[in-house]
Design a binder for this molecule. Sequence first.
Ligand SMILES: [Zn+2]
Length: 317
Amino acid sequence: MGLFDAFKKKPAAKKPVRRPMMRPAGMGGMPPHPEPSADNNFIIVILDSLRYDSYMEAAPKVISKLGKVERRYSYASWTAPSHYNLLTGLLPHNTPDNVYASEYYKQDFLNYNTRLGAKDIEFAKMVPGLWFPELLRNNLGFSTHARVSLPVLNPKTGINRCFDSFQLMDSHNDMRAMLPTLEFSSDRPAFYLLNVGETHYPYAKPDEDSSMWPRISGVNGVFKKLDKCTDAEGNLIEDDTEFFDQDKLDQLRERQIDTVRYLDGVFEELYDTVPDNTWIVVTADHGELFGEKGYFGHGPIMHDKCFEVPFLEGKIR
Ligand SMILES: [Zn+2]
């Protein structure tokens, strides 16, 4: 049992591609799509928990064809708020000097005209919902889709708003399984949010035997033991599990780097799948600590390595 198992059904054996139900227009508060007014499909790929320096060390050749890799910073330190933030249209920032925040936001938002092949996109059009999928779908005529790996982003959560389809994948670490579910049409552009789990703890490739995964009691058990973490008097029971030593943490970091090298092959298939008029952003929702400050993971910690993320974007052809 791992972190994710408490949330999920047992993954089924190999079976045909499962496409999510499309939410019918006109139901659930969703108006019909307007005529499209953007030229490009738009895909944001979130490599969950991927540190900037892990990406650089992996040096993935295919992913990097998109454009120059930048060191950027996530607005939040864990998955749920970071994805919420991304879906307000705010991609990781470059911590600029000598600028008003409002000017940075305004400029950053103007970049969407290039990304989407559209005109007159500005932040004011997001008011009052402040929700990018709403702008894409109800204003620019996109079909809007999410494929997520981490159960903390499941379709029952608040981020599933203004999506035509939203799917929690059967496996938390199989980006390749998302590819057959992607559909593009010449009738209207498509937006896809792809949350990729291979780079998240336990940094496992889909074909790796889960009995070989590195185990951390406090991480694997954090949810399933919530009801057993206090004694009869209500006092917190101290976890006596030993912390990973630095050698083990270094191995975990190597595992994350290795998943990026593996994913480079999956991106080759993604790049072959998408039509020419597709703008792709690749980034992470936050970083990870591998022993810095005696800490492992992300979340309740203030440290550069928890916020530094890779960022690159462009059209593949
Ligand atoms: Zn995350």
